[in-house]
Design a binder for this molecule. Structure first.
Ligand SMILES: C[S@@+](CC[C@H](N)C(=O)[O-])C[C@H]1O[C@@H](n2cnc3c(N)ncnc32)[C@H](O)[C@@H]1O
Length: 314
């Protein structure tokens, strides 16, 4: 095969991350096609009020990647397609990233910032589900590593806790846990089983309000890279006011010196945030030091591109 064939959109189907499958899967999932199977394209189209040709073409393409299979004119999910809810959400979030990168990067290069948009609840739910799928795997190691470094922790704040996987993992260890996130995310969490698993919820922008309590550990997972240096420093200053004496701050983020995926992730921060970046380790050291924290100890969260920075007040 020629180099052009490799590079063109007609390259042979590759891995799960093949953008063609990602985009096709997302469109089919969004329209609710999979819930209608087994069925013929005509049946799917008529039940969902969709265009029959479009349904036929999407299902035909999805059969190439082994998502669905066709027998006697009827499509069904392929028996080998073992994509759970978290993996499906990951694929769908990937599709959103594709759309964002392909439409936004030119504007960012010209200096136009992303427009602040209200995320519809369904999209927020999918995004959180995708983040939860990867956090679920790393959460036990995060808890283990934090408690080894700060063995006297009793009260934990999961700041920007999102889906709540880290909070849940701390609560399972019998600790008292509060999760703070923005109002729309906390509204979604209220409908989940998180409150009944012992995690207290607190809604509000952490630059404006923090819980009126003291914590032995504040976890900032996946939060600091969404802001610039000035905001990071402000955040660490604000956290200092709610850290109990001897309390710890744990930051989970990407470090470009340690893993090249950080530099790719930085493109996503460029696309969707005003000042976010995969900040360098030296920057975190500088900001933490300037706000009165000790030099962070750095741990790799194995099998991920994430690093844990552990520090406390000087
Ligand atoms: C990328 S998610 C990380 C979620 C989770 N901590 C994790 O590790 O997967 C960032 C979370 O921080 C929250 N967040 C960002 N800025 C915030 C702010 N100013 N106040 C409260 N929450 C914020 C977002 O709503 C989102 O849920």
């Amino acid at each position: 095969m020629s180099r052009e064939d490799d590079l063109s959109f007609l390259a042979p189907p590759g891995e799960v991350a093949d953008w063609r499958m990602v985009a096709t899967f997302d469109a089919a999932a969004e329209a609710g096609l999979f819930e209608q199977l087994p069925a013929t394209p005509a049946q799917v189209a008529s039940r969902l009020g969709l265009d029959e040709r479009a349904v036929r073409i999407l299902l035909g393409a999805l059969s190439v990647w082994g998502v669905v299979e066709k027998h006697a004119g009827r499509y069904s999910m392929h028996p080998d397609w073992s994509c759970d809810q978290g993996e499906a959400a990951t694929l769908r979030h990937h599709a959103r990233v594709l759309r964002t990168w392909s439409t936004q990067l030119g504007d960012r290069l010209r200096g136009t910032p992303p427009s602040p948009s209200k995320i519809p609840p369904e999209r927020r739910r999918l995004w959180l589900e995708a983040l939860a799928a990867s956090a679920r795997e790393q959460a036990p190691l995060v808890v283990e590593t934090c408690l080894k470094r700060f063995p006297n922790v009793r009260r934990v704040l999961d700041l920007g806790g999102g889906h709540g996987e880290h909070a849940r993992a701390f609560a399972r260890r019998g600790l008292s846990v509060m999760l703070q996130d923005t109002e729309p995310t906390v509204e979604l969490l209220k409908e989940s089983e998180l409150p009944s698993s012992g995690v207290e919820l607190f809604a509000g922008d952490f630059f404006e309000v923090l819980p009126n309590a003291q914590f032995d550990l504040v976890l900032c997972a996946g939060v600091t890279h969404t802001y610039d240096g000035e905001r990071n420093r402000l955040l660490y200053r604000r956290i200092a006011s709610i850290l109990a004496s001897g309390g710890g701050l744990a930051i989970i983020t990407f470090l470009p010196e340690q893993d090249p995926r950080a530099s790719i992730f930085a493109v996503q921060m460029l696309a969707v945030s005003a000042g976010g970046d995969a900040h360098k380790e030296i920057k975190y050291r500088e900001w933490l030091e300037a706000e009165g924290y000790r030099a962070p100890e750095i741990r790799h969260l194995s099998n991920t591109a994430n690093f844990l920075l552990l520090t406390s007040r000087r």
